[in-house]
Design a protein around this ligand. Structure first.
Ligand SMILES: NC(=O)c1ccc[n+]([C@@H]2O[C@H](COP(=O)([O-])OP(=O)(O)OC[C@H]3O[C@@H](n4cnc5c(N)ncnc54)[C@H](OP(=O)(O)O)[C@@H]3O)[C@@H](O)[C@H]2O)c1
Length: 269
């Protein structure tokens, strides 16, 4: 059922598009009640054509015509946008920032009147399989929480977590799709070197990744238990796991997530 709520997006890039697709296709907000403003006229044209959303020529106009405003520009571009919309954003607005690293306190220092929420979504939202972490700013109501959960739920799952954990969240789920995709690319390349056609290696590895994730979601077993279940004594998987269990791989993964969390922290400055 449509809510009648008006939802605006400042910045109509990759992440905004993923969220718009979910919000509109779930029917929770009608396309005519979704608006976008983006400095790229080409992005605006494309989003209007693809999803039937309204386009605003300027960010303040979008805020004036919205109840919920998503801030979906790059973190480096957030402060100028906040300053631009500060006068237009009132206590009637629920403002949702998805900018990596940008803390609620910094946003609240500029948008003094609005209720604020911080969200870290991820790109699988494009296919309705996102995971979003969210945290609420001061003054956010119970009804706001329900609105946020409804909107985030239209493109995947959502979990409320303390803001102190958002750098770690960014490392695991915000940037996570890139990390899993990188590992997948390495699996595909290795499969090719073993003699598989590129398309066959891609199908085998990608469906295996999807099935493994689905299995772990649906069955009450841990990743370690799944490894055990696939490994039979002196079998093929055990031979492969002897290589993968190297501490070097664990160190590389830890370093990658640490670097991501560090960068998220830097962006808050
Ligand atoms: N991509 C992800 O997987 C992901 C995951 C979690 C969180 N996020 C967060 O989501 C936000 C958006 O990321 P993205 O990947 O969607 O970036 P993106 O594709 O670059 O989208 C940002 C859009 O905002 C436009 N823009 C820039 N300045 C603007 C302004 N002043 N007013 C209106 N529009 C403006 C950009 O236009 P130009 O390109 O012409 O500058 C671009 O179309 C970031 O803060 C990021 O941290 C992204």
């Amino acid at each position: 059922m449509e809510s009648g709520m008006r939802v605006g997006f400042i910045g109509g890039g990759k992440m905004a598009e993923a969220m718009i697709r979910g919000i509109v296709s779930s029917g929770s907000v009608s396309a005519g009640d979704v608006r976008v403003s983006d400095i790229s006229a080409e992005r605006c044209r494309l989003l209007k054509q693809q999803y039937g959303v309204q386009i605003d020529a300027d960010n303040c106009g979008l805020v004036a015509a919205s109840d919920v405003v998503f801030l979906a520009v790059k973190p480096q571009g957030l402060v100028p946008v906040l300053e631009e919309i500060a006068a237009a954003a009132t206590s009637n607005h629920l403002v949702v920032s998805i900018a990596a690293g940008k803390r609620l306190a910094g946003i609240a220092a500029v948008l003094t009147a609005s209720r604020l929420v911080r969200v870290m979504p991820n790109l699988p939202a494009t296919v309705g399989e996102g995971i979003s972490a969210y945290c609420m700013g001061a003054g956010v109501t119970h009804a706001d929480r329900e609105v946020v959960e409804m909107l985030l739920g239209s493109f995947g799952r959502a979990v409320e977590l303390p803001e102190e954990q958002f750098d770690a969240v960014t490392a695991v789920s915000g940037s996570g799709p890139a990390f899993f995709a990188h590992f997948l690319a390495l699996m595909i390349e290795a499969g090719e070197r073993l003699g598989l056609a590129s398309s066959d290696a891609a199908l085998l590895a990608t469906q295996t990744m999807r099935g493994t994730a689905q299995l772990l979601i649906e069955q009450p077993i841990s990743p370690a238990e799944l490894v055990k279940a696939v490994c039979s004594k002196k079998g093929t998987t055990e031979a492969g796991m002897e290589q993968l269990s190297s501490p070097a791989l664990a160190e590389v993964v830890q370093a990658a997530l640490q670097a991501t969390a560090d960068r998220s922290r830097e962006l808050s400055a």
